[in-house]
Design a protein around this ligand. Sequence first.
Ligand SMILES: *[C@@H]1O[C@H](CO)[C@@H](O)[C@H](O)[C@H]1NC(C)=O
Ligand SMILES: *[C@@H]1O[C@H](CO)[C@@H](O)[C@H](O)[C@H]1NC(C)=O
Ligand SMILES: *[C@@H]1O[C@H](CO)[C@@H](O)[C@H](O)[C@H]1NC(C)=O
Ligand SMILES: *[C@@H]1O[C@H](CO)[C@@H](O)[C@H](O)[C@H]1NC(C)=O
Ligand SMILES: *[C@@H]1O[C@H](CO)[C@@H](O)[C@H](O)[C@H]1NC(C)=O
Length: 944
Amino acid sequence: MLKLSGIIILHFSSQDNKTMIMFIILKYPSWLCYSAIVVWLLQMPNLGCCHKTGGTTNFTCVETERQALLEFKQGLEIGNKSLLSDWNAENMECCTWEGIHCSKHGRVMALDIGRGVISKYTPTTTSMYNFERLRGEIGPSLFDLPFLKSIDLSYNRFHGKIPSFVGSLKRLRYFNLSFNSFSGIVPHQLGNLSALESFDFDGNFNLEVDSLAWISGLSSLNYLSMKGLNLSSTTDWLQSITNLPSLTEVYLQYCMLHPPSADKYGNSTKPLQLQKLDLSMNEFASVTFLSNLVSIKHLDLSFNYLEGEIPELFSTNLTNLLTLNMSENMLSNSSGFLQLGSTSLHELRLDSNKLTGSLPDLSKFPSLRVITVARNEFKDHLDRFLEQGSRLVKLDLSSNAFDGVLQEDNFEYLTKLQVLILSFNSISLNVSTWWIPPFQLAVVKLRNCKVGPGFPNWLRAQSNLIHLDISNSGISKVIPNWFWNISTRLQYVNISHNSIKDKLPNYLPPSYTIVDFSSNQLYGALPSFSSELAVLDFSHNKFSGSISFLCSLKVGTLLYLDLHDNLLSGSLRTCWERVDGLALLNLNNNNFSGHLPYSMGKLRWIMSLSLRNNSLSGELPSSLINCQRLLLLDLGENQLSGVVPTWLGTSLQDLVVLSLHANMFGDIIPRSLCHLHSLQILDLSFNNISGMIPSCLNNFTAMKEMGTSAFVTHLVYGNDPDEYGYSEKYFTTWIAWKGVNHEYINQNHLELLILIDLSNNKLSGPIPQELASLYKLISLNLSRNSLTGIIPNDIGQLEMLESLDMSKNMLSGEIPRSMANLASLSYLDLSSNNLSGKIPSSTQLQSFDASAFNNNSMLCGPPTTNPCQGNRSVHNIPTNDRDRDNGTEAGIFHEDIWFYISIGFGFLVGFWGFCGTLVLNASWRQSYFHVLNNWKDSLCGRFC
Ligand SMILES: *[C@@H]1O[C@H](CO)[C@@H](O)[C@H](O)[C@H]1NC(C)=O
Ligand SMILES: *[C@@H]1O[C@H](CO)[C@@H](O)[C@H](O)[C@H]1NC(C)=O
Ligand SMILES: *[C@@H]1O[C@H](CO)[C@@H](O)[C@H](O)[C@H]1NC(C)=O
Ligand SMILES: *[C@@H]1O[C@H](CO)[C@@H](O)[C@H](O)[C@H]1NC(C)=O
Ligand SMILES: *[C@@H]1O[C@H](CO)[C@@H](O)[C@H](O)[C@H]1NC(C)=O
């Protein structure tokens, strides 16, 4: 009576590698030999997910899809070999590959190789640099993954067109292409993606959209983001968007949008779903087209061209508005809207306009919790306004013309306040030492207000503080002991630019991550940290002793360390391995001595290394070849010796600034330096370098070709002067300019700052003709060497040249006629050579003092007093006292273009990923846009 005798399961692989499983169930009822054989042919996926079993044939992955993925990978360039390394022909189970998710039938449903995947491969603390990206085009192989529901390619370097076949991926619900380099016109076939719910194109600045009509097919769409796409040629954008039945969130920042014409305002009769609309960074001068969007709750119109009055429609039509951002416009009249009020509004941002007069009457805005009016011209009495502020949570009045004294009474009603920003006003805080405020603040920014001379005692009770900026606020008394314990959450602490003369405790609190105590008179040893310190600026103080505190740091958290202008000393032999994530190290103007330790090669992420003006000696350790991300290397004014290493050129190929000024380097200029295509500043002056100037200097591409400047890609122009501005000093260096030293801080026109200084060495031989092809040079100093031969005939090609010094050499021959073309030249010294003949005539050359030509055997003609006879001079030019203005005011260094840029923290965090796309067409708005995004995302969190 055998009812069930057995189940035999056979596994085998068919010819095309499709895994099959055959279940054979044999039943033996008593009255029959066997009654049935039931065979199921199943494809593997039905068994569920994808754990590899011991067997070789047990895969869920569908072979055609596996092949499609392999083909897809083949079309990519992958910098870091560990990325997608499990996508390989030997690995049959594609459902377990990095970034792949399958259905239970083994169909590839998600291709998730955006930022999230990639950062897994980089250490957490350094993931923000994230150089490792996938690069390539979307190949046709994607077509063979018809079950895809989700594609995330964000933050890679995909380029080329978005192929139209993508429109056939009918099941697609999530599509994220953000921050790649796609170009061409967005194919209308995408309108076939009727299941699509989220669509993110952000930051593909070369993508074009000619019309948005196709979007009407995306009937399931609820999230659409096209930041940075050029939509200027679409006239139907508003209509297209408002006709989508499910759409709730739309992001159209920086899309070059204009207002649609009146017949395309969208349809007011439809109940619109749209709740969130971001139109910031466009070209709107008016907003009447919004009047029908009555459902809108969140509207962002920042960075547009709105002028005059704040439109009343925000009070009259858009009555559901909860948040309104009109920052960064040119609004000058707040009367209408602010008088009418709005009963619904929670959050109002009007920063950076030209608003004058009085702050809003808060009784007309009964729901308002957040109001920011930074950078306007409001000039009100704060008394009345603050009295109405009992509901306010965030208040930002920074950079206005508020003045007067605020006392305890003024704060009496602000019981709910969490964020108080009064920076850059002429406000004094005059409260008693015993005052206990009614609020518990998380963010306090009182930069440039008058808070001192005593340390603000009322902070003692603020136990929720996260961000404290009392920099430049006139504090001169010591820091009380309780300060080190006020809040366990305090992360950002800026007490810089006061005159606090004090010693710090041995340990700073464990919550501190961004610490700026610079420009005080702090002294004693540097404290230790047990925190995840990211930024430390103790520059311009009187700290002494060693930097052994680095050994107390958590490994890998520190990004930025600025200790310049202190009295620190001792060796640099310390725990560099603990700070291997450092991007900036500035130890200029201290008294460090000894050799540069081999362990500094641990600084693999360093981009800016400044050790100028110490007493460092010995040769450069070869371990520095690991610092391959260096952009700025300033070792000037030490006693470093040995050869100028060849590896500077072969390994540090991204260098933009290289200064070995005033050391004891000898030997020759290695030809390998010519590999430094990005170099903009080369300063080898005041050393013992001999030999010839290499003729390959024309390889310095950044010095000759427009648009190749590394800084265009590496700098971001930030704007917010009272936020995280520390990285302003990111590219600080010293340069000699027209005979005078300048501290040069990363400035907007950095791509114009191109100079070579080889002066005060023992260089001999001719000046290579190739120098004359470095068209972007603005300063060339070859003085005080033993150069012979003639001045290159084509020197006149250097049309940007403002400063030229070839004095004290043995140059001979005539001054080339082309030099008359140097129209920008404002500093010239050719004195003490063997030049002869007539000085070419030009308005420029004759305007110099004769001393520029002194001590040349046979130069004649103006400005010398030596007349020419035929072509020859009659006698030597007399030596005059050198009296010449030092030229500091001239040229591009005119005050108004010493323009400070702050590279936001966001720059460190996210910029690298897509800076490539910015190279040529980076306008400031684009760059700004990047900062804004990353910045907000990374640091400010909910308080910005
Ligand atoms: C797209 O990816 C980026 C980066 O990973 C992410 O910030 C963004 O939120 C994603 N978009 C959507 C709609 O999820
Ligand atoms: C997709 O859209 C295009 C144009 O919008 C259309 O011609 C085509 O027939 C649609 N269907 C598919 C499967 O591409
Ligand atoms: C608005 O809707 C009405 C009625 O549905 C229709 O007649 C009209 O053409 C629509 N207008 C626009 C601009 O879509
Ligand atoms: C100059 O640049 C070219 C192209 O990058 C390179 O092949 C060559 O080796 C460089 N020459 C020197 C001397 O570095
Ligand atoms: C601290 O404040 C000063 C000015 O008062 C500013 O220059 C600096 O950038 C701030 N530091 C940080 C880390 O934000």
